[in-house]
Design a protein around this ligand. Structure first.
Ligand code: PEP
Ligand code: MG
Length: 869
């Protein structure tokens, strides 16, 4: 098996074996961009290495040295040469980019002797010793596992003693001392000498990269991002180019467009006389790429040309690493740039307009889940004016966040799990902070640039982040931060504006997001492609309005029970429930009728001629019963019955298993007056709105929890009687439909018989999931996490539709239903209706529509379009 490819042997399509970095280095070499020569050891070699117990097979070792020989020829330099050594970098490259998770070793091949040769050869001892100390530092950390800060401490100590501001101030003598301290440290911690044989360094480094695939940070990153654990990482071995030779050298990272806003302008940062991670590590504050134009105009022009070439080649925004070695530009990496949702939308629409991509591509470029970032709140303008501005950092990742400050990832996680809104405050973040970042509302750092770990990771998560707020002094040990003479302690509130970089003391109120023209354009393109209708679940005129703003085409589920909890009405609802005669019940219902009618009128007015599916009362009655002594007393007074008598009635209504009890259409069967009142309210409201406004109101009455044909026959007939009589008596004419939810497995199994009496089906996948699995949706949370841990479930079936099981019932019901009634309208209104993978299932199953909460409507429109492309 071929386990190694020279760059010129690979191409971008070979990502699965060369990893992202290797495949793109190969591609860039082959399209003539300046890439230092190198070769890639494949992900398959990594998997093999792990399978045989973390061993590098003899044959692989030989092969590595064979490719190394070729590299020596290309560079006319020998690895291990004492006078003019070939140095290489060893870098990991997974198939899916995992920022900060895997590791890099630079300047590999140097030792005590060749460092002198390099010093002499380049006539630049500072450069040579700086390179050597970096090698030992990275090797010690990455390969030998000594914590990075132990090395940093020596550097900091020397800088403090000598009063240096920057690493670049270190002299050759300082560096020699540091090198000897580093070697001492390695000996002390690991009881070995820093390896002097370059071949040994190389093999140890390759093994370390392979093994790092299974370090805990990498595993945690993969878990969070749903990346499979069996992909393995490739290793790239590449000729070193040096950004640390002096002021005509440097290193940087750049995006071909702005990753925060999408603006079509190269965005990046660089440092002169620096190497490797210096830019992202926030050691010195980097310069903006535009300054390169002043310092090295030729390099700048060449770089701009390179960014154009890359975009035209990859048809997407690229994230590039580069090094300038004595005025010559080299590319060390390109990959698809991570971006905020806002930038993703702007870039997709701009690129379509520039002719770089077509509409289909633009639509498929956006992760539907990311859309939610655009729909999230910003700070209220007037509140902002009054807000107490503390500091300004970099606008690293947009959005607005308010919360209590915590200074470590663990404390942030613990506080978030206690239900607190958390802002994670750190000097700078590292991959160890990932869990805290996930749980926090926002992230604030006092150091680091736009490409620092905090900024990059927060943008990827769509999380608000202010980075490099230099006015803030963070004392992580004391759990405090200072701004001038003000002190903030753990638990104090602050607010972050990730779009401006502003940091405020206290809580600042937020407003709804406002949608850009590009966003609307993308949505309208989505509408051209999608086959599924997108409806919303809304119970109030306000929610309906929000959903229409987001493009909802109708209401797929209006849950009427939410209307009963209003403080004015609940007493009548309770009166209705405890009524011991039809007459008393009707009296209570009569009080509720005007409220219900107004509820529906409000919604019909907003929805105009769009269809509105209203579900008749569904939950177990006991949910409405008074719980507290005070409420029980109040109700007893209202009904003029003794408290004890009321308690007895309440006791009788208690159920062992309310979710499987007296609820849904069973209420309609036992207390027909309830549904009669609701149907009357729906139809009267529709008639009045039609008369008042002229809208062609489309009321759809939905009967929940049907399990047998007969239930529907009875309830439909009663509803029709009420409705038809009202319509007959009225001047205005409306049409209405009556359908049912399919949320009991029996209804799915017998969907043909049910379809005879239904104008539409709506899959209530919350209940259908609960009943198919036989576990309670209210209690499953207690054990589902264990099921996920043990991989019994890949996903929580209440969040992502179980296509295999519940999906089989849905498919069967669609088929049986349409067999009986070809024009049957079929939709879904469980939570799954707003989840992209479930939406894809609905598309494939040829449902007519999905219905989801208002804020998920745009997500559903995009996901439905992607399914159709
Ligand atoms: C369902 O069961 O999927 C549904 C939409 O109804 P509810 O969540 O109100 O039970
Ligand atoms: Mg239900």
């Amino acid at each position: 098996k071929k386990y190694i490819y020279a760059f010129e042997e690979g191409k971008k399509e070979m990502k699965s074996i060369l990893g992202g970095k290797g495949a793109n280095l190969a591609e860039m070499s082959n399209i003539g961009l300046p890439v230092p020569p190198g070769f890639t050891i494949t992900t398959e070699a990594c998997i093999h290495y792990i399978e045989i117990g973390e061993k590098l097979e003899e044959s692989l070792q030989e092969n590595i040295f064979k490719y190394l020989k070729d590299l020596e020829k290309k560079n006319e330099k020998n690895f291990g040469d004492l006078e003019d050594p070939l140095l290489v970098s060893v870098r990991s490259g997974a198939v899916i980019s995992m920022p900060g998770m895997m590791d890099t070793i630079l300047n590999l091949g140097l030792n005590d002797k060749s460092v002198e040769g390099l010093a002499k050869k380049t006539n630049n001892p500072r450069f040579a010793y700086d390179s050597y100390r970096r090698l030992i530092q990275m090797f010690g950390n990455v390969v030998l596992g000594i914590p990075g800060y132990e090395f940093d401490n020596f550097l900091e100590k020397t800088k403090d003693q000598k009063n240096y501001d920057n690493d670049t101030d270190l002299t050759v003598a300082d560096l020699k001392q540091i090198i000897s301290d580093f070697k001492e440290l390695i000996k002390e911690r690991k009881d070995i000498e820093f390896p002097q044989k370059p071949e040994e360094q190389l093999l140890m480094a390759v093994k370390a990269v392979f093994s790092s695939w299974n370090n805990s940070r990498a595993i945690s990153y993969r878990n969070i991002n749903d990346i499979p654990h069996d992909l393995g990482t490739a290793v790239n071995i590449q000729t070193m180019v040096f950004g640390n030779i002096g002021e005509s050298s440097g290193t940087g990272v750049a995006f071909t467009r702005n990753p925060a806003t999408g603006e079509n302008k190269v965005f990046g940062e660089f440092l002169l006389n620096a190497q490797g991670e210096d830019v992202v590590a926030g050691i010195r504050t980097p310069k903006s790429i535009s300054e390169l134009n002043n310092l090295m105009p030729d390099v700048y022009d060449e770089f701009m040309q390179v960014t154009k070439t890359l975009e035209e080649h990859y048809h997407d925004m690229q994230d590039i690493e580069f090094t300038i070695q004595e005025g010559d530009l080299y590319l060390l990496q390109t990959r698809t740039g991570k971006r905020t949702a806002d930038a993703a939308v702007n870039i997709a629409v701009d690129m379509e307009e520039e002719g770089l991509i077509d509409k289909e591509t633009a639509i498929t470029r956006i992760d539907p889940e990311d859309i939610s970032q655009l729909l999230h709140p910003n700070f209220k303008e007037d509140e902002l004016e009054k807000a107490d501005l503390l500091a300004k950092g970099l606008a690293a990742s947009p959005g607005a966040a308010t919360g209590k400050v915590y200074f470590t990832s663990e404390e942030a996680v613990a506080a978030a799990e206690d239900g607190e809104e958390v802002i994670l405050v750190r000097k700078e973040t590292s991959p160890e902070d990932i869990e805290g970042m996930v749980k926090a509302q926002g992230i604030l750092t006092s150091r680091g640039g736009m490409t620092s770990h905090a900024a990059v990771v927060a943008r990827g998560m769509g999380k608000c982040c202010v980075a490099g707020a230099g006015e803030i002094q963070v004392d992580e040990a004391e759990k405090k931060f200072f701004v001038n003479d003000r002190v903030f302690n753990e638990g104090d509130y602050i607010s972050l504006n990730g779009s401006t970089g502003e940091v405020y003391a206290g809580i600042v109120a937020t407003t709804d997001a406002n949608l850009s023209d590009n966003f609307k354009m993308l949505m309208s393109w989505s509408d051209e492609y999608r086959k599924l209708g997108v409806y919303t679940n809304a119970d109030t005129p306000h929610d309906a309005e929000v959903a229409i703003g987001f493009g909802a085409e109708g209401i797929g589920l209006c849950r009427t029970e939410h209307m009963f909890f209003d403080s004015e009405r609940i007493i009548s609802v309770r009166e209705m429930i405890v009524a011991d005669s039809k007459k008393k019940r009707e009296k209570a219902l009569a009080k509720l009728f005007p409220y219900q009618k107004d509820d529906f009128k409000g919604i019909f007015k907003v929805m105009q001629d769009k269809s509105v599916t209203i579900r008749l009362l569904d939950p177990p009655l006991h949910e409405f019963l008074p719980q507290t002594d005070r409420d029980i007393k109040a109700l007893a007074e209202q009904l003029s019955i003794p408290v004890e008598e009321l308690r007895r009635v309440i006791g009788e209504l208690e159920e062992m298993n309310p979710m499987l009890g007296h609820r849904g259409c069973r209420l309609g069967i036992t207390y027909p007056e309830i549904y009669e009142m609701q149907v009357k309210a729906i139809i009267s409201a529709a008639l009045e709105v039609k008369a008042e406004k002229g809208y062609d109101v489309k009321a759809e009455i939905m009967i929940p929890l049907v399990g047998s044909e007969k239930e529907l026959v009875i309830l439909r007939e009663k509803a029709e009687q009420v409705a038809d009589q009202l319509i007959a008596e009225s001047e205005a004419k409306i049409s209405y439909r009556i359908g049912t939810m399919i949320e009991i497995p029996r209804a799915a199994l017998l969907a043909d018989t049910i379809a005879r009496h239904a104008d539409f089906f709506s899959f209530g996948t919350n209940d259908l999931t609960q009943m198919t699995y036989g576990f309670s949706r209210d209690d499953a949370g207690k054990f589902i996490s264990k099921y996920l841990d043990q991989e019994i479930f890949a996903k929580d079936p209440f969040a992502v539709l179980d296509q295999q099981g519940v999906g089989k019932l849905i498919k069967m019901a669609v088929k049986l239903g349409r067999q009986e009634k070809p024009e049957l309208k079929v939709g879904i209104c469980g939570e799954h209706g707003g989840e992209p993978a479930s939406i894809d299932f609905c598309h494939r199953t040829k449902l007519n529509y999905v219905s989801c909460s208002p804020y998920r409507v745009p997500i559903a429109r995009l996901a439905a379009a992607q399914s159709a492309i």
